[in-house]
Each structure stands twice: as structure tokens, then as C-alpha cells.
Write a new protein. Sequence first.
Length: 431
Amino acid sequence: MTTKNSAISGFYKKNIEERQHILKEWANLSESELATLTQNLSAENASNMIENAIGIFSLPYGLATNFLVNNINYLIPLVIEEPSVVAALSNAGKLIREGGGFNTHSDEPLMIGQIQVLDMPDLNQAEQAILENQALILEKANEIGGSIVKRGGGAKGLACRSFPDTRVGPMLVIHLIIDVRDAMGANAVNTAAEHTAPLIEELTGGRVNLRILTNLTDERKAYAVGIIPASSLASSTISGHEAVQRIVEATTLAEVDPYRAATHNKGIMNGIDAFVIATGNDWRAIEAGAHAYAARDGQYRSLTKWEITADGDLKGSIEIPMALGVVGGATKVHQMAQLSLKVLGNPNARTLAEIAACVGLAQNFAAIRALAIEGIQRGHMRMHAKQLAVAAGAVGAEVASVVNTLTRSNNIRLETAKQILEELRQKDKHI
């Protein structure tokens, strides 16, 4: 992928067929793979994926351009219905590219399985027995590890968390730490936890109840950093220095106030969720882990940090749990998930997680820049105008005409769109 350039000029101006052709060349897609862009999930496959399936709910699939991650160019596949996210990501990717692109790293793919033990004769002795027999427990867990163990993964360690005074009595929670390699890992972790439960009961003299992974995957985080030159933020109405200062001021609010942090982090997840869905991963698990991690010190806070560099530029960083897989689950069932991974150069799970972190950081920057400098509604409502035109009943060439008039009216509402469309059609009748 090193010879490819994701900085595609005017990509948003091209029609859908032209964009598809660019993607075909980028990922070396076959005609059948290209066809999956519009015909990608059969009713039969849908019925095999979930229970009681009765149809297929489609969402737009788009590409964000301009991403440079660790000096590798990427086009970012996204599945989302909200206007402005794809455009915002592409623009943010361009500005961060001007600062050298994203730099990333990630933790080993370690997941945690929780084993809850109750009714122990002695909590302290139970914990001591688990720690003294760690090697035996890990060996037991790896009996059932299968291909993950063969690939160098499997149970690597454990930890104990004691809760001496709960409303159901003393409780010991054992964390079984498992390297899941390129899988998301839920099935492997749950299987290992269940397989070791009888041994846990024998060692502790207690009763095992829950045996399941946690989605607070704080052993499996992804990190990304990006710099935006102050000069890239300057405009006719604001200097680069002032723009940087405003963004840092705005993001500091999310560091101290959970009311702001909730919306701040929602903006991060706008990008990450769309990327996670496109790659066939579990966006709900990612959401749960991200928000739990944001509250890890007892107060809900921002997942990103923005600061001014010694040169006066804007530097952003993100640290976020990111349990993504490239094998198993929908990644092997849904054709579009497979296509997304191909577009990304078939990365391993850690690289996929790092790209996701970049998407979150870029989306966060785009939202904060709009909020702090020009107001969130200006760009967002301009993109929203097209949806309103369609909702008003515009078809074909009418859509562009309604959007143009609606945008100029500075009154971007459904009622206005309907009125504009009615006037347009009345005018056409008299031509």
C-alpha cells in the first residue's frame, strides 16, 4: 500500500460510479466484489446471521480519504446514516496529514474473562489458592484454546479482585487474561472461563456463577497521535494561533465536565462506530468499553487530549480500549466486511484497532473545530439539506435544486424544503 495515495482530490465531487472505479483500482477488486457494494446481503444470509429475520435494513457505505497512518495511506470504509461524518473525517485526515499523519501503537490483544465465585468458606484463603495455582489454571484454560493457542495466543495470566461485602455476601472475581491473536475473542474467552470453572470451584471451595468476558478491555488499548499545523487552521476570520487556543479551551471542558464529555465522546464514536460496523465488528462492545474506560477514575472524562505544541501547533491524542478482530464473526459472514478489510489492505487485528483510534481522533477534531470556530450547525446543516430534500419528496435533479435553494435560505427545515419543492414544481409546470 506504500505506493498508494489516499489524498484523492475532489473525491466528493465525483459521481458514485466514478468513486466505485477509484475503489476498484485501489483495492484491486473483481467485478463480483465491486457488485457487492450494492448487492451485498441476501435474505438467506440474513436469516443465517440472526433469529426471526424478515428482511434487510440498508445503510450508506462510504469512504473517507486522506488518511496517512504510520506513513501508510488508507481509504477508510464507513457505514453510517448521519450526514457530515464522512466529509468531516476526510477533511480532518487532510489537515492531520499536513502535520505528518497519524502515529499509532497498540497493546497486545489481551482480553479478560471474569469468573465470579460465591459461597466460599474463606475469601482470603480462596484468593491465595487461586494465585498459588495460577499455572494449573492457565494450563486448564489452554486445553480448550484450539487454533488461538496454536498461533501463540491463549491464557497468559490471571488476577483476583475481592469484594468482601456485597449484598449477596463475599465475592471473588478472577480475571483470566487471554491473548486472542487476530480474533475479537469473545467466544474464546467465554469458552476458557467456562472450562476452568470446575477447577476454580475445587480450589476455592466456592460456587462459580458468572463466567464471561468483560467489555472493559483495558488490557487491549489502541493509541493514536496527530498534529495539525496552526497555519492550516488559519482563515480570513481567525488566526491559526487563535484557532488552536479555542480548540484546546473547548476540549478542556470535556476533561473536567461529564456533561460535555458525554457529547465529546459521542462525537469520537460517530467515526469509530461507522468504521467498526463497516469491518463487521461489534460496535456495541466497543461503545461499552470506551465509555467505561472514560469513567475509570470515578468521573466520566474525555477519551482524547488536545494541547499546544512547543511550535504552537495543535496536537491531539487518544487512548481507547479497542477489541477488534479480523477473523470470526461477521468478518467472515458478511461480504461487505470482507471487502472493507481488503480495502484496508487486510490488516491484522492490532493494525485495525490502531486505524480505528485514528478515525476517532480525527472525528473528534472535526467536531471540536466546528464547535469552537464556526459553530456546529453551519457545516452539519448544509450536509443535512440533502436528506431534507429527499424527505420532502425531491427526486433526480430536483434534489440539487432544492438543496441549493434551501442552503441559501439559511432556514434548513423540512417545511422549508417542502415549500421550495412545491414552488419548483409549479414553476416547471409553466415552462
